[in-house]
Design a protein around this ligand. Structure first.
Ligand code: F6R
Length: 364
C-alpha cells in the first residue's frame, strides 16, 4: 500500500533515504568503508571509452554520470537516448564498455540499443531495478538498484538509486585507473555514505516546497536552470513537472539562457535555479542576476553559503545541507520531485497515473 501517504509517488519520494542507503551498502565494504569494486568482466584501467544509453529520467542519470566519469575517472563518455543511439551508426572502439540504465529493464528502445552495442562487441553493463528483466538477462554484468518496486509512473527513487550506483561505479573505476588519491576517494566514499542522512534532512523541506507549489501551479510555464551536474537535474525537474502537472517546463544549462531562452523570462514564469555552492557557483550567480534583472521570479535551491550570497536577490529560497559537490545531484533531485508532486496535487491531476503514459514503455 501507500504506507499512509496519499500517493505512491509521495511514498516513494520519502523512501529515498532508506533505499539509497540499501543501494550504497551493497557496494561498501563493511570493514573499511571503501567502495568495493564490483566484479566486472573487463579491466576498468583498460577501457578506452564508455557509452551510456537510457531513456527519459534514466537518461539524465547518464548525463550526470558523464560529468562524474570524465572528472573523477578521466574516462571519455558518450551519452545518448535509446531511440537515437540504436539508429546512429556509432563507430565503436574495441574493448569499449556500454552501460544501460533502466528501472523496468524492459524499455524497448534501451533494450534494442543494448543489442546493437552487443553486436558491435562492446562489454554490456546494466543498471536495473527489476531483477530478471530482459535488460538484466541480456547484460554481461548487472548492477542492481535496490529501490524496491516503483509504482508511481513518475520515476523518483529509481532515479536517485541509479545515481547512487553510478557514483559507486565511478569511484571503482577511478581507483582502478589510478585517477584519484586515497584521501579524495575516502572523502567521496564518506560523502556518499552520508547521503541517506542528508536526504532525510532535505525531505524536511516538504512543507515549504508545498507552499511554493501553489505559485508554480498557477503558471503556464516554468524554467529550471543548473550548471555542471545540476544541469541534468534541471532537465529532470522540468520532465517531472511536465509529466505529472501538465505544466510546460524546460531545463536549461544556466549559461545557455543568454543564447535564446532568456527572452521567455517575465514575471509569470517561475525560474527554479539549482545552485549548490560549488566551483561553478559564481557563474550561476551571474546567470540568476540576468534573470532577476528581467523581472524573473527565481526560486533558489542552494546551501547555506549559496543562500547567504544570493538569497536577497531572489524571490524564494530553499536551503539544503552543504555537501561535497560530488553527491549534490543526488540530493538536489529531491526538492524538484517534491515541487512537481505538490504542483500536480494542487492542480488535481492523477499523480500516480498521468495521462498518456505507461510505467514501462515496451513499444518503439
Ligand atoms: C519519467 C519516467 C520515464 C522513464 C523512462 C525509462 O518519470 O519515469 O522517463 O524514466 O520511460 O524507463 P526505464 O527506466 O524503465 O527504462
Amino acid at each position: 500500500g501507500k504506507a499512509g501517504h496519499r500517493h505512491f509517488m509521495l511514498k516513494e519520494i520519502f523512501e529515498q533515504p532508506q533505499v539509497i542507503g540499501d543501494t550504497i551498502n551493497a557496494f561498501v565494504s563493511a570493514s573499511t568503508g571503501a567502495i568495493a569494486l564490483p566484479d566486472l568482466p573487463f579491466d576498468p584501467a583498460k577501457v578506452p571509452r564508455l557509452t551510456i544509453v537510457a531513456c527519459g529520467t534514466a537518461y539524465y542519470v547518464a548525463m550526470v554520470a558523464k560529468y562524474w566519469f570524465e572528472q573523477v575517472a578521466r574516462l571519455p563518455v558518450d551519452v545518448d537516448i535509446g531511440s537515437e543511439f540504436r539508429y546512429r551508426d556509432t563507430p565503436f572502439e574495441a574493448g569499449g564498455v556500454a552501460i544501460f540504465v533502466s528501472q523496468s529493464g524492459e524499455t524497448l528502445d534501451t533494450l534494442e540499443a543494448l543489442r546493437h552495442a552487443k553486436r558491435a562487441g562492446q562489454h554490456i553493463v546494466s543498471i536495473v531495478n527489476v531483477p530478471e528483466s530482459t535488460i538484466a538477462r541480456e547484460s554481461d554484468r548487472v548492477l542492481y538498484t535496490l529501490a524496491g518496486p516503483e509504482i508511481g509512473v513518475a520515476s523518483t527513487k529509481a532515479f536517485t538509486t541509479q545515481l547512487t550506483v553510478m557514483a559507486c561505479l565511478v569511484l571503482a573505476f577511478a581507483r582502478a585507473r589510478g585517477t584519484i588519491s586515497h584521501e579524495r576517494e575516502a572523502e567521496l566514499a564518506l560523502a556518499l555514505r552520508e547521503v541517506p542522512a542528508r536526504a532525510a534532512e532535505v525531505l524536511r523541506h516538504d512543507d515549504a516546497i508545498q507552499a511554493l507549489a501553489g505559485v508554480v501551479a498557477e503558471s503556464r510555464d516554468a524554467l529550471y536552470l543548473g550548471r555542471g551536474t545540476a544541469y541534468p537535474i534541471a532537465l529532470e525537474g522540468a520532465l517531472k513537472l511536465k509529466e505529472i502537472s501538465y505544466i510546460h517546463a524546460e531545463g536549461y544549462a544556466a549559461g545557455e539562457m543568454k543564447h535564446g531562452p532568456i527572452s521567455l523570462i517575465d514575471d509569470g514564469v517561475p525560474v527554479i535555479a539549482l545552485a549548490p555552492s560549488d566551483a561553478l557557483f559564481e557563474k550561476v550567480v551571474s546567470n540568476i542576476q540576468e534573470v532577476a534583472a528581467r523581472s524573473g521570479r527565481v526560486l533558489l535551491i542552494s546551501d547555506a553559503d549559496g543562500v547567504a550570497r544570493l538569497g536577497s536577490k531572489v524571490r524564494w529560497s530553499i536551503e539544503l545541507p552543504k555537501v561535497d559537490p560530488f553527491v549534490a545531484p543526488i540530493l538536489y533531485s529531491l526538492p524538484v520531485q517534491l515541487l512537481a508532486y505538490h504542483t500536480a496535487v494542487a492542480k488535481g491531476t492523477d499523480v500516480d497515473q498521468p495521462r498518456n503514459l505507461a510505467k514501462s514503455v515496451t513499444v518503439e
